[in-house]
Design a protein around this ligand. Structure first.
Ligand code: WTA
Length: 572
């Protein structure tokens, strides 16, 4: 029995009667009128009489705390928007956010949207090369960053002719800034109380989120302001956000969860959000929940597994009775984690499934609906989902058969294209279905069960890393002749990166070289992309046309059948 009444009273009823118009009506949005996410998350909430309600409770690495009301947020996002206009950023320009989870990141995101810019959030953990690829592709005009990340931007600035401004949010004047660099202090800047928000329409581009695929460099999934409709209503029905909630989304806005639900879904519902800008530690997390009396928590399986590992003793040292609804996304949530969380917190984690491309939750276990531990749940009202045959792409009618998850296009938050890459975008659609690229089956009750990805993308701790990007970085190492990168099973992170490397003649297969190569990738790309394991091989399995067959290497790592290798050139 739930101790509360969920926002979505009955899943079956809602699924039958739902229309996105319900969300439009609640948001007072009329077809063809102005819709600006930045405005919806700030000004509108103030107009609803919640100006003095807390919007953000922020805690830093050393326990320092900052609090902002919706009115503070309205004014600060105005201030950022006006500043961007002043320095010559135009509507439609891409503005990157390359910062830790500081308040400037959250308000910068909304400020960019308010002046009509396209927000491009990137993980601050990225190295110069990861950054370069994405800024180059987007033709980014400005980047917000912090002093500590500035050197990584400086490394590449000369290769980025489109980049006009590097905005440093915490410059203290101790070292001179260089050409293109400007200091901007959000808290000290002259506050802009009134700002004329850019009159964006439903299809005006809003956010550009880079995501990894099997082939080629990462692709920018381009979203529009209309995504708000899905993000608002899914946050309300799946995360069950209510006015009195204190909500915590643990995701970094460099990842779509951190923007769709760490910014847009939460604040368009007028939620008070907490942000912890510190790494993972069970003790710190529980203290944070206890201190701020968090009620709704959106996290990820790797974090939950890490909490499980620490055991219930540390849970019991804290008063976590404020918690009422737990949700998870990013990787398969194992049944054990759901069962453990019931034991540890008295509440099960509810799995949700979606992608950068879908922009909002598409499958979920809903509050008030029976959870099947290990299942991703059922389609969100307004979403038509099925599994299609891997070859014919026709829906599989029979229950329990594995196919590819497919969605009927048309929900508001669906991405509108891949930036500069319409060809790849078009390939995602077959027979009138959007293909998610994940394999799953549907049971007799309509619940979806995840099986695996249908491509070579590696999901490490919920983050997708593309083998191609890592292989390209590896090739830049002087000792590497060729390489193949695959995911290897890992009890904590689900998968970790493993690289198979053939060395150039004259290089010895030493432990030293292995570590050097690992570090090389970490610096260039990020810690997540760094191979946790390197295996030196004499040659890599290739097709007759010379394409490296990662599938063969991957199957070996997972102990799976290799499948059809008739095109294989050499035997491993
Ligand atoms: C995987 C994250 C199993 C899946 C919001 C998907 C999941 C990819 C789940 C998208 C889940 C996400 N169970 N796998 N509940 N949620 N995934 O674009 O492979 O970073 O296609 O968006 O993560 O990752 P992305």
């Amino acid at each position: 029995m739930l101790k509360y009444q969920p926002n979505m009273k009955s899943y079956e009823e809602e699924y039958k009667n739902f229309s996105w118009q319900i969300a439009c009506n609640e948001l007072e949005y009329k077809d063809g009128s102005i819709i600006n996410i930045g405005e919806y998350c700030t000004d509108r909430i103030c107009r609803m009489g919640k100006a003095s309600k807390l919007a953000l409770i922020w805690e830093g690495f050393n326990g320092e705390e900052k609090k902002y009301t919706f009115d503070d947020m309205r004014v600060l996002t105005n201030t950022i928007a006006a500043f961007l206009q002043k320095v010559g950023i135009n509507p439609g320009d891409r503005v990157c956010l390359f910062m830790d989870k500081v308040p400037e990141l959250y308000f910068g995101f909304l400020g960019i949207l308010k002046m009509g810019g396209i927000a491009q959030p990137l993980f601050s953990a990225f190295g110069s090369e990861s950054l370069l690829t994405r800024l180059e592709d987007a033709g980014t005009a400005a980047i917000f960053t912090q002093k500590k990340h500035l050197p990584k931007v400086r490394n590449i600035v000369e290769q980025l002719p489109s980049l006009k401004h590097i905005i440093v949010v915490d410059d203290d004047g101790s070292k001179p800034l260089r050409e293109k660099e400007i200091a901007f202090h959000m808290d000290k800047a002259e506050r802009v109380n009134e700002f004329k928000v850019y009159p964006s329409k439903a299809e005006t581009p809003s956010v550009l989120h880079y995501t990894s695929g099997t082939t080629g460099q990462p692709k920018g999934a381009q979203h529009v302001h209309y995504s708000l409709i899905s993000q608002y209503i899914t946050a309300k029905y799946v995360l069950d956000i209510k006015d009195e909630d204190i909500y915590w989304c643990t995701a970094d806005p460099g990842w779509v969860t951190g923007t769709s639900y760490g910014i847009i879904g939460a604040w368009s519902n007028a939620a008070t959000q907490c942000v912890l800008d510190a790494g993972f530690k069970a003790e710190t997390w529980y203290k944070f929940i206890e201190k701020h009396k968090i009620t709704v928590w959106y996290s990820a399986p790797t974090a939950i597994r890490a909490l499980m590992k620490e055991g219930t003793e540390v849970v019991n040292k804290h008063n976590l009775s404020s918690l009422r609804h737990l949700t998870s996304v990013g990787e398969p949530l194992n049944a054990e984690a759901v069962i453990w969380s019931k034991e540890a917190f008295g509440l099960p984690f509810h799995d949700t499934y979606w992608q950068t491309e879908t922009g909002s939750i598409v499958l979920s276990n809903y509050p008030g609906m029976k959870i099947k531990p290990g299942s991703m749940g059922k389609p969100f009202p307004g979403i038509t989902a099925t599994v299609v045959d891997l070859k014919t792409h026709l829906p599989i009618e029979k229950k329990g058969i594995v196919g590819m998850i497919a969605l009927k296009p048309g929900w508001p938050a669906m991405f509108r294209t891949y930036w500069n890459n319409k060809e790849t975008y078009d390939k995602k659609f077959q027979n009138g279905w959007y293909l998610c690229g994940d394999r799953a089956s549907i049971d007799e009750d309509g619940y979806f069960w995840f099986v695996g990805r249908d491509d070579d993308v590696i999901n490490t701790a919920g983050h997708l890393v593309g083998p191609f990007e890592i292989e390209s970085a590896l090739l830049e190492h002087p000792a590497v002749a060729e390489s193949a990168v695959v995911g290897k099973p890992d009890p904590m992170n689900m998968e970790v990166v493993k690289a198979f490397i053939a060395l150039k003649p004259g290089n010895e297969k030493t432990k030293m070289l292995e570590l050097e190569i690992m570090n090389f990738v970490r610096k260039k790309l990020s810690a997540l992309a760094m191979p946790q394991e390197i295996e030196f091989v004499d040659s890599l399995p290739k097709t007759r046309s010379g394409k490296i067959m990662r599938r063969v290497l991957r199957a070996k790592e997972w102990g799976e059948e290799i499948g059809d290798i008739s095109t294989l050139e050499n035997d491993m």
